[in-house]
Write a protein that binds this ligand. Sequence first.
Ligand code: KG4
Ligand code: ZN
Length: 382
Amino acid sequence: MSPLVFLRRIIAWVLPEPLPDAAALRAMMPPRFFPPNSTLPMKVLGIETSCDETGIALYDSEHGILAEALYSQVKLHQQYGGVVPELASRDHVRKTLPLIREVMERAGCQRHEIGGVAYTAGPGLAGALLVGAAVGRSLGMVWKVPTLGVHHMEGHLLAPLLEKNAPTFPFVALLVSGGHTQLVAVEGIGRYKVIGESVDDAAGEAFDKTAKLLGLPYPGGPEVAQLALAGTPGRFTFPRPMTNRPGLDFSFSGLKTFVLTTVQAHTNNGVIDEQTRADIAHAFQEAAVGTLMIKCRRALQQTGMKTLVIAGGVSANTRLREELSRMAEQENSTLHYPKLQYCTDNGAMIAYAGCLRLLAGQHDDLAFHARPRWSLETLPPL
Ligand code: KG4
Ligand code: ZN
């Protein structure tokens, strides 16, 4: 289906009036250099649909987040043990517009008050991204406001700036999600240098795979962390991969093999006892957290920066926060992280990142943006 036909279908869905024909639709499109509403204050609608959460939020440049809603597809995917992309896209189609209506109503916000629409353009699942992009672009056209495709990891990276005690530039950011593990030297918005990243599995992926091996449901991160609380420290010790050689890259796939072989060695007649499962979860978490901590210390030392920011789903992990704050103190540095609800995917971080860029005059052209793969380093600086 061509993007134009897809847009027409979405617009037909949004508008109570009959579907406009192609000529009328073209006339509704903002001109190529649509003048952005760069006057303060600005209200931006944020739409996040990159994976298995539909996140919608309304950000006001003066008053912060006005309202937000999040719908998690966890129950839908749990029976398959992971995200099924086609089911994810379809569920975003069902949920995005009702959630937008809900957020607008809760904020008491009328269409004409919206100054721009930001949606996640990538990285993520192609079909899921297309839903948010189509809805975001369509709303921008019918409301005649500029739209912007936001980089999902920039959303995570800037989420700690929504906190009262926000970090100031420059800082080192550790981005740890289900799809990414990156260390980024951040000089300002859009001034990102990736100084380390995983050569295989992401940290969140390692948690999820470990959970599966331990018979825990998806998404595994919080489940492994919970089980690890009952673990016996020191019964198993897993290696801290790639820490005994220089550099800031990570590797987590070997840890999964350690978990697998330990599970196999302690399974009798298909059964593994509860305490052993907890001890393995504990050993895995200590190794993953220890590895992240060692690389963050190295990144602070190498860059000479004194502020560390963590973001992304795994930044919700209590052990990781404990270890990093202990290390930051030793390095005379400060640690910042988002509130728990902004560690995992949400609409607020997209509305916020989008608002900063829209206010600076950046916005989409007429192309349709959904980028399953997209490097942070290619983003324009503000
Ligand atoms: O940022 P996010 O919500 O989605 C992506 O952009 O991928 O991150 C999801 C990842 C999942 O792998 C999940 O297991 C992990 O974050 N996660 C955690 C915790 N909460 C979520 N991992 C460890 N400990 C947690 N408490
Ligand atoms: Zn994410």
